[in-house]
Design a protein around this ligand. Structure first.
Ligand code: URA
Length: 240
C-alpha cells in the first residue's frame, strides 16, 4: 500500500506536491470514488484517474525522445520489411511512436507505451506545436508565404494558420530553406502544404515538438524523458 500522491507522482503524472493539490481539489478518483483525503493509501490493483486520465499503476510507463534518421518507418510493422523506429529504441515494453514522420523525414519523435497521453497529444485539440525545417525547390515568394500562414486547401480541407519563416534563399540553385510551425498532424501535411503553393519538399526535418528538440542527440540516438518533461506533456494536454 502506498500513499495516493506518491503513486500519482511515481507514475510520472505530476510532482507529489501537485498531486496533493489535485487530490484536495477533488480531481482524483480511486475505483471511481472521489478521494480528497491526502493520506489515503492505495494498492497496485486500485484504479486511479486524475483529471479524467486513467493511470495504470500496474504498468511501467516509458517515454523516449528519438532523433529519427532518414530511411526508417514510424509504423510499428512495415509490410515491406523496412527498418522501423522500434528497431532503434530498445525497450522491453510495447512502446510506439506518438504520431508519424515520413520514411525520409528526420528529427524529433516521441515514443511511449502511455496510450492515454499519446492519444491526447495526437488529438488536434491539444494544439501541440510542431516545427519543421524544409528544403524546398524554388524561391519562396511573399504571396506563397502568406498563403501558408493563412492556411491552404488540401483534399478539400483548409489547414490551420501556420507560422512560416524563410531562413534562406539560394537563387543560383533555385532552392529555399523554410521553417514552418503547425499544430496539426495530417499525413504528409508539410509536404502537401508546400505542394499546394507550388513547391516540392526535397528534405524535411522536425526540429521541434512541443518543448522538445534533438540538439543534444545525434541522428538515430534517443534518450528517456525526465520526470519533469513528462509532467509538462501532461500539463499541455490537460490545459483548458
Ligand atoms: N509533414 C510531412 O509532410 N511529413 C512528415 O514526415 C511530417 C510532417
Amino acid at each position: 500500500m502506498e500513499r495516493l500522491q506518491k503513486v500519482i507522482a511515481n507514475l510520472g503524472y505530476c510532482s507529489r506536491r501537485h498531486a496533493e493539490e489535485l487530490i484536495k481539489e477533488g480531481k482524483v478518483l480511486v475505483n471511481g470514488q472521489v478521494i480528497t483525503e491526502l493520506g489515503t493509501k492505495v494498492k497496485s490493483s486500485d484504479s486511479i484517474s486524475v483529471e479524467g486520465n486513467i493511470l495504470d499503476n500496474n504498468k511501467n510507463y516509458e517515454y523516449y525522445l528519438l532523433n529519427k534518421p532518414r530511411g526508417v518507418v514510424t509504423t510499428t510493422n512495415d509490410e515491406f520489411g523496412r527498418k522501423t523506429v522500434l528497431d532503434l529504441v530498445i525497450s522491453s515494453n510495447r512502446i510506439y511512436p506518438v504520431g508519424r514522420l515520413d520514411y525520409d523525414t528526420t528529427g524529433v519523435l516521441l515514443l511511449t507505451n502511455d496510450g492515454n497521453l499519446a492519444n491526447k497529444l495526437m488529438h488536434p485539440s491539444s494544439n501541440i506545436e510542431k516545427t519543421y525545417i524544409a528544403k524546398i525547390e524554388g524561391v519562396m515568394n511573399p504571396t506563397s508565404i502568406m498563403k501558408l500562414k493563412k492556411g491552404v486547401v488540401i483534399d478539400g480541407y483548409k489547414t490551420r494558420p501556420a507560422k512560416v519563416k524563410v531562413k534562406s534563399i539560394d537563387k543560383k540553385i533555385n532552392k529555399s530553406i523554410v521553417q514552418i510551425t503547425i499544430t496539426e498532424g495530417k499525413n504528409h501535411q508539410v509536404k502537401n502544404m508546400f505542394e499546394a503553393v507550388g513547391h516540392k519538399v526535397l528534405k524535411l526535418k522536425r526540429e521541434k515538438y512541443a518543448i522538445f528538440d534533438v540538439k543534444d542527440l545525434k541522428v538515430g540516438e534517443y534518450r528517456k524523458l525526465t520526470f519533469k518533461e513528462v509532467a509538462i506533456l501532461y500539463s499541455l494536454v490537460n490545459k483548458k
